[in-house]
Each structure stands twice: as structure tokens, then as C-alpha cells.
Design a protein around this ligand. Structure first.
Ligand code: PEP
Length: 256
């Protein structure tokens, strides 16, 4: 399986800044065999950046989109409008769940809409600090995974990626802590168990599972060698060109 290195720029960079960053990133990046580099700019930058990006080197990802294809939904951008512009879409990020009120039902519809529009969804799941403290981590993972995948047919599970992002490890969360390799391995094991129960062992094995949470060039190697982890979803560090390119280099070395 490929290793996926996904940079989530969140609400950062103007369109001009995003374009300059992408220009520099493209110059510093080769076409790495076995590594898929993906960047997720703001929605407004997707169209111009889709014309600029070299798809042999990296792919474009939406941070979110709406589950209906068209209609009276003021302010929304649909997966059908993004079709052809992006290859991936982040769905169910914790910031959307906890700041913008997205629930598993909406997330399930978004996953279905992405697949319908030939965009590969990256379903984000993960427990909060208090859920972990109350021993609810496994239940949260199971609920978010089964909820988010509730509209995904057996034949379509190979089009989905999962990102395990414990909310307490995300760098912008107050008091964020680094997740330990054992904690991640345990969560990934539960994710594969749930996938196996729903889709069977063979399909479950083929679903890429990424880790996200305060990833930097200094811990990327450790996280990429956690059993069952197939890549990284990177927020803060993806905004720093040298950090992001160093993480890609680490991924290359781990792969070799
Ligand atoms: C994220 O929000 O998806 C994320 C992983 O952020 P950070 O790398 O900044 O913790």
C-alpha cells in the first residue's frame, strides 16, 4: 500500500499565498514512488490550484463539501462542483464536528456524496480528552466509524480512507499532548476490527488508515512505523514548507 502524506491547511493562506506555497512545494517535490502527497487548501483556492498543480507529484484535497449536489443551500459548495478539481476530501474533521456541529448522519451523507462524485473521502474519527479519560475511546471509534460509513456499500469501501485523529493530540487544541505509538496502534487495531466486521478481512486490510495529531518532522518517523498506519494527516506543520518537505523525506526513508 502507498504511504499518504496529507497537508490540511485549514483556514490559512490567501489564494495568492496558497499559490506561492504550492509553487515552492512543487519545486521541492519529486514524483516519489509509493508516496502520495496531498494538499488541502481552502475551498476558494481549489479551482486556481487545480490548474497549477502537477498531478504526477501531488494531489488536491477539499477540506469539506456539502452532501447535496445542487439546490437551495446558501453558502455551500457541493462535491459535484468539486468533481474533477480534487482527488480527495476530508470529511468529519473534529473541528467541523465540535465547532460547526456536524454529526455522524451528515458525515455519512458527505462520504456517500464524495464517492458518488469520484472523490476519495478521508473520514476523520477520534475521541476527545474526556472521552479517553472515561474509557470511552473504543466506543467512540466504533460509533464514529460505523456512523460515518453507514452509507458505504461493500463495493465502495476501497474508495475510502480513515484518519485517526485523537482530538486531544491536535496541535491547535488547548493543552494538546502527543499521542504515543501504543495508543495509536490500539486505536488502529479497533478501526481494522470494525472494518473487518462490516466489510470482511480482505477489504478491511486494503483501507488506508492515517494518523493525525501534532505530527512534525521529528515524530513522523515514529508514527509511520506504528503497525497499521499508512500515512499522516498534518495540520500546523504542513503550513511550514521545510517541515512538510522534511516529513515527505522521512516518509521516503521509512518506505525504503
Ligand atoms: C488536524 O487538525 O487534522 C491536525 C492533525 O492538526 P495538527 O497537525 O496541527 O495537530
Amino acid at each position: 500500500m502507498k504511504t499518504y502524506i496529507v497537508g490540511n491547511w485549514k483556514l490559512n493562506f490567501t489564494v495568492g499565498e496558497a499559490s506561492i506555497y504550492l509553487h515552492k512545494l512543487l519545486r521541492k517535490t519529486s514524483n516519489y514512488r509509493g508516496i502520495e502527497v496531498v494538499v488541502a487548501p481552502s475551498a476558494i483556492a481549489l479551482q486556481p490550484l487545480s490548474l497549477q498543480i502537477d498531478r504526477h507529484k501531488m494531489k488536491l484535497c477539499a477540506q469539506n463539501a456539502f452532501y447535496r449536489d445542487y439546490g437551495a443551500f446558501t453558502g455551500e459548495v457541493s462535491f459535484s462542483q468539486l468533481r474533477g478539481l480534487v482527488d480527495y476530501a476530508i470529511v468529519g474533521h473534529s473541528e467541523r464536528r465540535y465547532i460547526l456541529g456536524e454529526n455522524d448522519k451528515m458525515i455519512a451523507k458527505k462520504i456517500a456524496a464524495a464517492i458518488r462524485n469520484k472523490i476519495r473521502p478521508i473520514l476523520c474519527i477520534g475521541e476527545t480528552e474526556s472521552e479517553r479519560a472515561f474509557g470511552e475511546t473504543a466506543d467512540v471509534i466504533r460509533d464514529q466509524l460505523t456512523g460515518g460509513l453507514s452509507e458505504v456499500a461493500d463495493d465502495d469501501i476501497d474508495k475510502v480512507m480513515i484518519a485517526y485523529e485523537p482530538v486531544w493530540a491536535i496541535s491547535s487544541v488547548k493543552g494538546a499532548k502527543l499521542a504515543g505509538p501504543d495508543e495509536i496502534a490500539e486505536a488502529v487495531k479497533i478501526i481494522r476490527e470494525v472494518l473487518t466486521n462490516i466489510y470482511g478481512a480482505e477489504s478491511a486490510k486494503a483501507v488506508p488508515v492515517l494518523f493525525g495529531g501534532s505530527v512534525s518532522s521529528s515524530n513522523a518517523g515514529a508514527y509511520l512505523t506504528v503497525p497499521g498506519v499508512n500515512g499522516l494527516l498534518i495540520g500546523g506543520a504542513s503550513l511550514i514548507l521545510s517541515e512538510f518537505t522534511d516529513i515527505i523525506e522521512v516518509a521516503k526513508r521509512v518506505k525504503e
